[in-house]
Ligand binder design. Sequence first.
Ligand code: EPZ
Length: 423
Amino acid sequence: MITKEKLVINGGRKLKGEVSIHGSKNAAVALVAAAILVEGKVIIENLPKITDVCILLDTLEDLGGVVEHLGHDTVSIDCTEINKSKADKNDLNKMRASYYLVGALLGRTHSAEVIFPGGCNFGARPIDQHKKGFEALGATFAAVGGYITAKARRLIGTQIYFDKISVGATINVMLAATLADGMTVLENAAREPHIVDLANFLNMMGADIKGAGTSVIRIRGVEKLSGGKTYSVVPDMIEAGTFMIAAALTRGTITVRNIIPEHMESLTVKLNETGAVSIEEGDDYITVKGNRRPKAVLVQTLEYPGFPTDLQPQMVSLLAIAEGQGTVIEGIFDNRFQYVDQLLQMGAQIRVEGRTALITGVSKLIGSPIRAMDLRAAASLILSGLAAEGTTMVYNLEYLDRGYEGFVQKLAELGADIKRIEE
Ligand code: EPZ
């Protein structure tokens, strides 16, 4: 939703305190779509209140599902009476995860027609691996005229080798295969925690999925999934990482709670390599204390368990004020450095060559008006504003609202001088 609001940030404050991390955006959107496969009521807890989730919940109601909001982060969804297989809500074309409706509707009704997905613009984001998986299961697939359509008389389990490791394709084909006839084996599958979360959710409802979190996932098709159960969304590793980096950047001390520290491993290691922090880990929290200016390091984003691409912009913000020349290599997307122009306006010294950013750290950034252009870039520019000298204004906040629940309020509670005001 386009908002006519902006953020006003006065930099220089050390952030201190605790922050509770919400459920994972990238797991939540898959779980809400997966509810289409279930004949019965499911309750999902720890669901982040973000626009991508809201749009999907509204869509389930359009399709004949019943959605009830039971509390701040809890909904019940009953898709027993799903009576449509065409999802054409306009807002669906503002988000990437709308394409999970294809796998879920195909799996449940053997027919799907979904408005083409949108989402952050990182260059080409093809869906050829989704197509490969659906067609291997016996569906016809087309992505023309602004819609993705998939139809099948029957879905028959088979072996599918992904030519490229893809979170979206792994999730989408898992959704379509859950109720197929026979065994489907996904090879070269993505291993992200949100894929494990989806498999756990589906298995709780009666599916038979093994190997999620590894490169080989075995899905034995079952007759149907039944509800009557409650599932809690896995914590958002990207929100957690964003706050961990905020502690390092502002030389504050932040405890991120309700997380799974193991999911943060690549970031924890990288922050320690900068020599700037001391980190304490507990069962469900991590405390990061920013002690000094970071030393420059190399960051290479890769599929999980490698360094997550969704923390790449936030890491560039940190390296922009590091000592020495840092290098960030984007291993997932063609063009995920578009936000760097905004950092240059703040005095950063960064040269982007294709998928590599060469960063010469400066001692401080200068606050300035900046425009967010994607979800994680919005968060990283805010982090830069928190550490910069002077005042930073951030526009295009609709991107932030897509993936972070209460981000500004959480930062303010940690001591940031940040306000969201009407433009
Ligand atoms: C998911 O996007 C996430 N989005 C992204 O998070 C995340 O950056 C990305 O995974 C990688 O972790 C959601 O989960 C909703 P991919 P997705 O398919 O599924 C290429 C955020 O900020 N590819 O793993 O689109 C693709 O172009 C967002 O939360 C093909 O070539 O990512 C990319 O280069 C941003 N063919 C690479 O694979 C395909 O059929 C990985 O993409 C599919 C993908």
